[in-house]
Design a protein around this ligand. Structure first.
Ligand SMILES: [Zn+2]
Length: 398
């Protein structure tokens, strides 16, 4: 029987360890005990435990090969890759004065994470249904021959730009997956011509945006907190509605900044009003999801309040979107999510959504320990109205 889910995972991704300090910042004498960096290994260990418990009987785990140098150079500058390898070989450390750092294993971990994303995208293309075959089924019972690919990447990728590390990211896993799908060298398939990236991580996927900013064959749609640029030189992207792409890419970057406190209803409205009509109009061959579950109420790097049920809704939406627009070709790639327990509940929600199945957790005392805040709905709607107004020039949004 074909499993419902293929998780691309290898223990080498646990070996990456950014420097401890005061939260994500350098050590300081006013904090007696340096804190483990928020990109801690427990994040993905908890997701692995959740998968085993909730979906272990319908999941296969595939150990990916590290992405090849050729694959990496589709996105990243050779000089940057050389620097990354040598910085890591020298033992790593914090990169300049940033919150991003490596240990001696980080480059290998990043290459394995990139390989996971590439293999997930290639598997997704293999899932495309032919004209006389329905798109992949409801994922609950029959053997429909399609396992949904989820690349459980650590470190994450969507802040990594072609020529530099940024925001805990070194290699842009989503961008590398897109380029692999567009390249005509995968096994037993034809390449994609057009790929849509849906990025629901609470942070703007600035590295992904940067990679495809001048191109019309890759659509980038991102809903995120309005955190803006976090450094004028190495992170100039704002994630604003006015960053729409340049040259051939004008209109193909669709940013939807959201106010603090945006929750399940707001994200649903973003998908109803912007993400779904824009992706449908773009008509991709493949949908890649930058799945960062750091829009939850307890996330120390986010300010939104999406719960497990909200992520279940988002998972179902991207599954249906891929079925309706891309013949079922869907790959999800892990981005952020930093509250270790919430990440497990939130990612469970994503899996429930893409597999159309709800897992009963009542015997454990709670279905979601993080569902306790109310959403400022009027404020959220005002911001979505602004985004619709800006993107109406290019897309059928209302
Ligand atoms: Zn994030």
């Amino acid at each position: 029987m074909t499993p419902d889910l293929t998780v691309y995972w290898d223990d080498r991704m646990l070996d990456h360890e950014p420097p401890a300090g005061a939260f994500k910042y350098p050590d300081t004498p006013i904090v007696a005990t340096p804190e483990v960096h928020p990109d801690r290994r427990e994040r993905v260990e908890n997701i692995r435990a959740m998968i085993d418990h909730a979906f272990g009987d319908v999941t296969e785990t595939v150990s990916p090969s590290p992405a090849s140098r050729d694959a990496l150079e589709r996105v990243h500058d050779p000089e940057y890759l050389d620097w990354l390898a040598s910085f890591c070989a020298d033992g790593g450390g914090r990169i300049e004065d940033t919150t991003t750092g490596m240990n001696e294993h980080s480059y290998d971990a990043a290459r394995v994470a990139a390989g996971a994303a590439v293999e997930a995208a290639e598997a997704a293309l293999g899932n495309r249904s032919s004209d006389d075959e329905p798109a992949s089924g409801d994922g609950t019972d029959e053997d429909d021959g399609h396992a949904l690919p989820y690349a459980l990447c650590r470190p994450s990728g969507h802040h990594a730009q072609p020529d530099r590390a940024d925001g805990f990211c070194f290699l842009n896993n989503a961008a590398l997956a897109v380029e692999a799908a567009l390249a005509d060298d995968g096994p037993d398939r034809t390449a994609a011509d057009r790929v849509a990236i849906v990025d629901w991580d609470v942070h703007h996927g600035n590295g992904t945006q940067e990679t495809f900013y001048g191109r019309d064959d890759v659509l980038f749609v991102s809903a995120h907190n309005d955190h803006g640029s976090w450094h004028p030189e190495y992170h100039p992207q704002e994630g604003s509605v006015d960053e729409v792409g340049t040259d051939d890419g004008e209109g193909y970057t669709v940013n939807v900044p959201l106010p603090p406190g945006t929750g399940n209803r707001g994200y649903g409205a973003v998908f109803d009003r912007i993400v779904e009509p824009v992706v449908a109009e773009f008509d991709p061959d493949l949908v890649i999801v930058s799945a960062g579950q750091d829009a939850g109420p307890a996330d120390m790097n986010g300010r939104n309040i999406v719960t497990r049920s909200g992520f279940r809704d988002l998972g179902g939406r991207v599954r249906r979107l891929a079925d309706d627009t891309a013949d079922g070709a869907l790959a999800l790639i892990q981005e952020g999510g930093y509250q270790p327990s919430h990440l497990s509940f939130a990612t469970l929600g994503v899996f429930e959504g893409i597999l159309d199945e709800t897992v009963d957790l009542e015997q454990y005392g709670t279905e979601d320990p993080f569902e306790f805040l109310d959403e400022p709905t009027g404020l959220v709607d005002e911001w979505i109205d602004d985004a619709v107004e800006r993107h109406r020039e290019y897309w059928p949004v209302s």
